[in-house]
Design a protein around this ligand. Sequence first.
Ligand SMILES: [Zn+2]
Length: 275
Amino acid sequence: MLSRFYFLFSLFISIGLSLASTNSDKEFVEEVPILMYHHVRIPPPQAKRLEKILTVTPSDFFQQMNALYQAGYRTISLNQLFEKKWEKRFIITFDDGYKDVIQEAYPILESFGFKATIFVITNEIGKPGHLDWWDIKFLESQGWEVGSHTVSHQNLCHLSMQNQWKEIYQSKVILEKALGHKVYFLSYPAGRFNEQVINLVKMAGYKGAVSTLPGRENKIEDIYKLKRVRVNGGTPLSYFMEKVLGNQAKRNTKISVSKLQRPTRSVSPLKSPSQ
Ligand SMILES: [Zn+2]
């Protein structure tokens, strides 16, 4: 198995990185904001500054989703991004695969009929505070997408090519084996990538990858460095809407926050067999 892996690895390298050129020369700009979240929960009292930044409270998350819902926005998946020119669509992504995604974010999203993509670190699956396989399969059964956030969440730019390949390819294989289908998207740990990393991501068979480069618009030629809108904890709702929708926010959104109501459809709390 290992020798096959290295054979394939060297074969790919010998074919040459030049083969992995961009898959399209079409000039196609899609203004479908890709939101980036990590934790959705009340930050624990001992949370450090970075953790607080990466944590959106359930009530803020609800307000954000409700504001987009009331403005007529609906979710699409990363796979659908360049299918056509979309109107009033957005994409939700969660990096790192934290347990609170299924505990807190999922019921809120479900009440709006929204779907999201989770980028999981395969070494962390099932560890305390992280989603386990049951959770991941459940979210998938609900129409969510699953992508790779590599094997161990290291900065890919600091690794040897062999280890970059391992992080990128092995995580894909592990997910595909467990889920029984292809995995097409990757999220770069800490948003770090370079041309060599992109080439390996293409060779591993991913259709695209998300970065932490800021922005709402994406071109098809940048499908391996998709920009995202980072949503930090404590972001005021009006600023969130401006960040996500840009000028569209002014055109389309006339929402009084005080009038926002929780949708009536309720979702029963989730319990996985392992909990
Ligand atoms: Zn991460």
